[in-house]
Design a protein around this ligand. Sequence first.
Ligand SMILES: Nc1ncnc2c1ncn2[C@@H]1O[C@H](COP(=O)(O)OP(=O)(O)OP(=O)(O)O)[C@@H](O)[C@H]1O
Length: 273
Amino acid sequence: MTIRGNADELADRNATGERSTDDVALRTDALTKQFGPLTAIDDVSLEIHADGITSIIGPNGAGKTTLFNLLTGKYDPTDGQIRFRGERIDGKPPHEIVRDGIVRSFQITNFFDELTTIENVRLASQARYTGFKPTDFLRHHDSLEEPIADAERVLERVQLADVAQTPAANLSYGQRRHLEIAIALASDPDLLLMDEPTAGMSPEETRETVGLIEDIAADVTLVLIEHDMDIVMDISDRIAVLNEGTLLSVGGPAEIRTDERVQQAYLRGGGYD
Ligand SMILES: Nc1ncnc2c1ncn2[C@@H]1O[C@H](COP(=O)(O)OP(=O)(O)OP(=O)(O)O)[C@@H](O)[C@H]1O
């Protein structure tokens, strides 16, 4: 898949039926992660559909972050399997999983404050063309043309084009969060994992970011960890509820909202952040 920001192209892509609603992008089978005596993810079998937005919710300590860490290769499963587009990815190192198309947008990204917005995105895009070897950065300037063009497209998409030449240090909080998303998009993901994308944002920034997330979901499979239930119910096509490491329920917003087991779990768990 290539980076695209054009609505017509996105519509074409959907019209060709490249992804149907039943396509499973990623699945876990009996996925389990233990930390000593604690089972943080317990026998979780979950399908993430290629289309739309899946939110992972659950009370504090339910295992949401651990699940992300398993999907990105940060942790190896204790047991079980993970398949992305049918291929086993469990046990692969994180950089191979990124190359396969699964990218995570971090809450705190290690971008370079002294570099401009576009330079930060260009570096992320460049890695896709040249790899991660230090000597890659010594290549002739010509080889930067595609990464720069990609970075410009991505910045347009995340509404940061007008601050492309601004040092990252001078961006507002909301702009920095969008830069994190831009850096993730620069890797041209097929599946993007987003960890609390609106945390700490003003209502205005939240509205903009929700719009951006919906735009990205038109051509990237999105999986969110989100604590704000209004956003979860509004934005999600499917919701997977974790509780004490187990998968409690999966369904659409209407089903999850009225699921008694989910309500019980939140009451027992004392709510969320
Ligand atoms: N590296 C680790 N070593 C030991 N225990 C861990 C580790 N990572 C997570 N845990 C434990 O696993 C359980 C699940 O934690 P996790 O962070 O995945 O939950 P979460 O649903 O993301 O919670 P929160 O909403 O509070 O971020 C918790 O009991 C946590 O203490």
